[in-house]
Design a protein around this ligand. Structure first.
Ligand SMILES: O=c1[nH]c(=O)c2[nH]c(=O)[nH]c2[nH]1
Length: 282
């Protein structure tokens, strides 16, 4: 379809429902299982008409997309990656104008405190999944967001470039703290996405805990490499690591020493260290 006004054209576009809040209770046994998800859908395809003329023939409403999330949840959810893929395939395979679907899911953790009682997960960590489907194989990614990690020692930062604006002192012992966002793409979908997720998360934690860090960049690489080693299906890991600075407080004013005991947790600004670690073709 041609654009209504010569000289202008529609660029890439998508539409969907963001923030679909879904809570699922499995009551099959007295020990209930609680799942708490936020689902985001984004569809694209042959949608020139709605943009150019308001002809909505090909538009599957975002309200319908939201309803589909709830209807599909009635059968159970399973791994978030699998649930996202079910939805993505449905939208593309049933809506004629829709050629591509991206479904993202954030899973909110609840900690069991009884058969039907739960407490909120610590630190607000989310498990994330993202599926892109355009016919053929789905592309599946998994990850975590806001996973708070902190090492009280085994972290240095020195030897950096210094110019006339540099005031940062070199340190051979600092707190290293971050809120990890990590996403790993699967080259082939793992047979058991929950096990793959747990393996990747454990590798991430181990790498953070046992890497003697000379920079957060070095830690980023170590974490990414450890995930790729632990999960053979993972092809690439993308990491975003805010440096949650902790400032040693000068207690000399009060006649007190401070051998790495009392810190101010910084807020803004923060360093943001981001990078991708890839598996090379053999
Ligand atoms: O691990 C670090 N990497 C940096 O690039 C950086 N820059 C900075 O001021 N502190 C740090 N820490």
């Amino acid at each position: 379809m041609t654009a209504p006004t010569p000289g202008f054209t529609l660029g890439p576009n998508s539409y969907g429902k963001s923030g679909v809040r879904l809570v699922h209770v499995d009551r099959d046994t007295p020990r209930h299982v609680l799942r708490d998800l936020t689902v985001h859908t984004a569809l694209s395809g042959d949608l020139d008409a709605t943009h150019y003329t308001g002809d909505n023939t090909g538009v599957l409403p975002t309200d319908t997309q939201k309803n589909t999330v709830y209807a599909f949840a009635r059968d159970g959810i399973g791994a978030v990656e699998a649930f996202a893929e079910r939805l993505a395939r449905h939208f593309v395979d049933t809506a004629p104008a829709i050629a591509h679907a991206r479904v993202r899911i954030d899973e909110h953790a609840w900690t069991r405190i009884g058969d039907h009682s739960f407490a909120s997960g610590e630190g607000g960590e989310l498990r994330t999944a993202e599926v892109r489907y355009g016919g053929g194989d789905a592309q599946v990614a998994a990850g975590v967001r806001d996973l708070l990690l902190l090492n009280t020692t085994d972290s240095e930062f020195s030897g950096f470039l210094a110019d006339e604006y540099t005031t940062l002192p070199a340190t051979d012992d600092r707190i290293l703290a971050t809120a990890v966002t990590a996403t790993w793409d699967y080259a082939t979908a793992p047979a058991d996405p929950d096990t793959a997720f747990r393996t990747a998360r454990a590798a991430l934690l181990d790498a953070f805990a046992d890497t003697y860090s000379l920079s957060l960049q070095q830690t980023l690489y170590a974490v990414g490499e450890r995930i790729l080693k632990a999960v053979p299906e993972a092809r690439e890991v993308r990491l975003s690591l805010p440096n949650r600075h902790h400032y040693l407080q000068d207690l000399g004013r009060f006649g007190l020493d401070n051998p790495g005991v009392v810190f101010q947790a910084g807020d803004l600004p923060y360093g943001l260290i981001e990078g991708t670690v890839r598996r090379e073709a053999p």
